[in-house]
Design a protein around this ligand. Structure first.
Ligand SMILES: Nc1ncnc2c1ncn2[C@@H]1O[C@H](COP(=O)(O)OP(=O)(O)OP(=O)(O)O)[C@@H](O)[C@H]1O
Ligand SMILES: [Mg+2]
Length: 286
């Protein structure tokens, strides 16, 4: 069984990367998929989504986090912890991640360190999905994350500045996809508040670019998200009927459907840039 690796990137901070990564992971696991979450951010928000602050700090101090795996170029299988939920595992982060750029600098083939750390896990086929939460930066570490991924999801907040700087993100993705197979799975509009004009504004701007795939699912602003995060549980576990919980479940169905189509059609990998312009409409209508 092929492992599909999806990362969540946007250099704009607070766009919803960690929230979407954490809750999508839970929904995929609830659908019977085997999921591994990788926390690639020194803020440890993905780890905190499943573990209390005490547990997160204790794991960070254990020397068994993604940071150490990268420094030692180790097999990530030795760094996995189980969450409370079946089929859902995690490689935690630590604040040492702030030094990862510096550590990568002197390594050979420094763009592919994470991809190499994942080889063993992918060969074993132990997971259907590996989801990677990226920090809000554009550096060599994010290049590593993109180079280890099949797809990238770009959460964009429906806010006045939500789309500002997105072109930089596309350029960055474009440059990385030149030497690795990552492609844009879609832009995901998050924190939608229908009472404000920004959701419509965001949709209008995105619809002008036929080559940018946009998820049908959007994630509305929902106080259940903050409550769930404060208690280190997925929104669905807090309240299955919460609006955002229903939307995260919808998003997981959208992604599973798309991925199954890709697998059954063989490798149809598209790189963002010239080829996505040709196939953009097809992606939009998936
Ligand atoms: N749908 C939502 N409804 C309400 N609050 C949300 C929602 N999604 C995210 N948030 C809140 O917005 C803040 C930013 O979300 P999150 O941490 O997921 O963004 P991020 O892109 O990972 O941020 P960073 O760039 O710092 O890593 C968090 O406080 C989170 O609780
Ligand atoms: Mg985050």
């Amino acid at each position: 069984m092929k492992t599909t690796v999806i990362c969540f990137t946007n250099n704009k901070g607070g766009s919803g990367k960690s929230t979407v990564c954490a809750n999508l992971g839970y929904e995929l696991a609830s659908s019977g998929k085997r999921v591994l979450l990788l926390d690639g951010d020194m803020q440890m928000n993905l780890t905190l989504s499943y573990f209390s602050e005490e547990e997160t700090i204790s794991m960070a101090q254990s020397g068994k986090t993604l940071y150490e795996a990268i420094c030692d170029k180790a097999d990530l299988a030795d760094f996995i912890v189980s969450t409370r939920y079946g089929g859902l595992d995690l490689v935690p982060s630590s604040s040492l991640m702030s030094q990862v750029e510096f550590r990568l600098f002197t390594m050979m083939q420094r763009e592919f360190v994470l991809a190499n750390c994942l080889l063993g896990i992918k060969e074993k086929g132990a997971y259907d999905y590996i989801l990677i939460d990226a920090p809000p930066t554009l550096g060599n570490w994010v290049i590593n994350i993109l180079a280890a991924s099949d797809y990238c999801v770009m959460p964009v907040e429906a806010s006045p500045w939500g789309l500002f700087g997105l072109a930089n993100m596309f350029d960055f993705l474009d440059s990385v996809s030149g030497f690795c197979p990552v492609s844009l799975l879609g832009v995901l509009i998050t924190k939608v508040d229908e009472r404000k004009k920004y959701y419509r504004q965001t949709c209008d701007v995105l619809s002008q670019y036929s080559d940018i795939p946009v998820f049908k699912t959007v994630i509305h602003v929902d106080s259940a998200v903050e409550w769930a995060e404060d208690n280190s549980i997925p929104v669905s576990v807090f309240k299955k009927s919460a609006r955002s919980a229903v939307e995260f479940a919808q998003l997981s169905k959208e992604i599973i459907k798309y991925n199954n189509k890709e697998v059954s059609h063989g490798s149809r990998k598209k790189q963002y840039g010239k080829s996505i312009k040709k196939d953009g409409d097809d992606r939009k209508n998936r």
